[in-house]
Design a protein around this ligand. Structure first.
Ligand SMILES: Cc1cc2nc3c(=O)[nH]c(=O)nc-3n(C[C@H](O)[C@H](O)[C@H](O)COP(=O)(O)O)c2cc1C
Length: 338
C-alpha cells in the first residue's frame, strides 16, 4: 500500500469531523471537538504546526561520508527512529465508526512495533479501553507505552501495576488531561497532581514514568524532582487550554534546564522527518506524532502505521544526509536557520 492510497482510503473511512487533509495543520478542523480540532479559538493546534514551519534547515554536504544511523536508545531498548505514536482516545467520538479505542490500538501498536518504533496508547472512563491497550502491548512483547489519565493516585498506581503485568516497557501519564471537561464529572474524576503525589506514583514502580503535558521550565523541573524518567512537551494538541505557545517555542528553554537529566519528548504539529530533525536540533530526544497516525490507521490499519513511519524515517535520514549528521547525536542547533 502506498502513502497516497492510505490517504485516499482514510478520506473515505473517517467520520465527518476529520478530512484527512494533505497538510494536517488544524486549519480545516480548527475548533471541531468532537473531532480532531482544538479548544477555544483553535489557534494552538495551528501554531504548533506553523512555528515548526518557520524554522529552516542549513544545507551542508561537505563532510566525511558514513552511513546515516537514525536509531535511538530509550527505556533500555533500541528503536529504528526517534519517533513514537502519541496516545489518542475516544476514537468513535472524534473520528467515526470505523474504530473504537480497542481496535485502533490493536492496529496502531502492532504497526508501530513492525516499523521498529512503539506506540503510546490512551486511557478512558471505560476500563476496557485501558485493558484493551494493555492486551495489544502484551501481544507486542511489551513494546508500547500505556498512558494513564491523572485519576486519583491509588487508581493510577493500580493501572501501573496492570501495565507491569502486561510487560509494558514504560508508562506515561497525561497530567494535562486534568483540564479535560469530559473527565471532570465522572465517578473517578481527573485532577492535578502535586510533586509529592507524582513522586509517590514514580516510586511505586520500577518502570520508567513519563509525564506528558509539560509546557514550562518550572513544570519540567517539578517532573524531574518527582523522579520522572522523561517528559513530553505537549499542549495536548491545543485541546486542553487555548492561547498557549507552540510546543517548539518552549522547547529550547526546557532543554537547557533539564536536558541530559531526563528524556525530552515533544509533540504538536510534527508531521515529517524534517520536523523531527528540527526538534532534535533544539534539544529533544524523540517525538510523538498524534493525528497523522489516526489517518494512517484509518487508511491502512497496521500497514498504514508502518508506511507512515517509514515515510517519516526516510525523510529524517535524507535530512541528516544533507546536513552532515551521521547519527542523531550529531544533530545540533547550528544545522538550523533560525
Ligand atoms: C482526538 C484526540 C484525542 C486525544 N486523546 C488523547 C488521550 O487520550 N491521551 C493523551 O495523552 N493525549 C491525547 N491526545 C493528544 C495527543 O496525544 C497529542 O498530544 C496531540 O494530538 C498533539 O500531537 P499532534 O499535533 O501530532 O496531533 C488526543 C488528541 C486528539 C486530537
Amino acid at each position: 500500500m502506498t502513502y497516497q492510497e492510505i490517504m485516499e482510503n482514510a478520506r473515505k473511512n473517517m467520520g465527518g469531523f476529520c478530512n484527512a487533509c494533505k497538510e494536517c495543520n488544524g486549519v480545516v478542523c480548527k475548533t471541531k471537538i468532537p473531532g480532531p480540532g482544538a479548544k477555544g479559538t483553535g489557534e494552538v493546534f495551528q501554531r504548533n504546526y506553523a512555528k515548526l514551519q518557520e524554522i529552516k534547515i542549513n544545507l551542508d554536504t561537505i563532510f566525511e561520508d558514513e552511513p546515516v544511523d537514525t536509531s535511538v536508545e530509550l527505556f533500555g531498548k533500541k528503536f529504528r527512529y526517534p519517533v513514537f505514536a502519541a496516545p489518542i482516545g475516544a476514537m468513535k467520538l472524534h473520528y467515526g465508526e470505523m474504530h473504537d479505542d480497542i481496535t485502533y490500538n490493536v492496529e496502531l501498536v502492532a504497526g508501530c512495533k513492525d516499523a521498529g518504533i512503539a506506540a503510546f496508547t490512551g486511557d478512558g472512563i471505560n476500563p476496557q479501553v485501558y485493558g484493551g491497550a494493555l492486551q495489544s502491548i502484551k501481544a507486542a512483547g511489551g513494546i508500547g507505552v500505556p498512558t494513564i489519565k491523572p485519576w486519583d493516585v491509588e487508581l493510577v498506581k493500580e493501572k501501573i501495576r496492570q501495565a507491569e503485568e502486561a510487560d509494558a516497557m514504560a508508562v506515561a501519564t497525561d497530567i494535562d488531561a486534568s483540564g479535560l471537561a469530559l473527565l471532570k464529572n465522572v465517578p473517578t474524576p481527573v485532577s492535578p497532581k502535586s510533586v509529592a503525589e507524582l513522586r509517590e506514583i514514580t516510586q511505586s514502580t520500577k518502570l520508567p514514568v513519563i509525564v506528558k503535558g509539560i509546557m514550562t521550565v518550572r513544570g519540567a523541573l517539578k517532573a524531574l524532582e518527582a523522579g520522572a524518567y522523561g517528559i513530553v512537551i505537549s499542549n495536548h494538541g491545543g485541546r486542553v487550554l487555548d492561547q498557549t505557545p507552540a510546543t517548539v517555542e518552549v522547547l529550547p528553554a526546557i532543554a537547557q534546564a533539564v536536558g541530559g537529566r531526563m528524556k525530552i519528548f515533544i509533540d504538536g504539529g510534527i508531521r515529517t522527518g524534517l520536523d523531527v530533525f528540527k526538534v532534535l536540533a533544539l534539544g529533544a530526544d524523540a517525538v510523538l506524532i498524534g493525528r497523522p497516525y489516526v489517518t494512517a490507521v484509518y487508511g491502512g490499519g497496521a500497514e498504514g502505521a508502518v508506511v507512515y513511519t517509514q515515510k517519516v524515517g526516510i525523510e529524517l535520514a535524507e535530512t541528516m544526509a544533507m546536513t552532515g549528521a551521521n547519527k542523531l547525536s550529531d544533530i545540533n542547533k547550528e544545522m538550523l536557520y533560525l
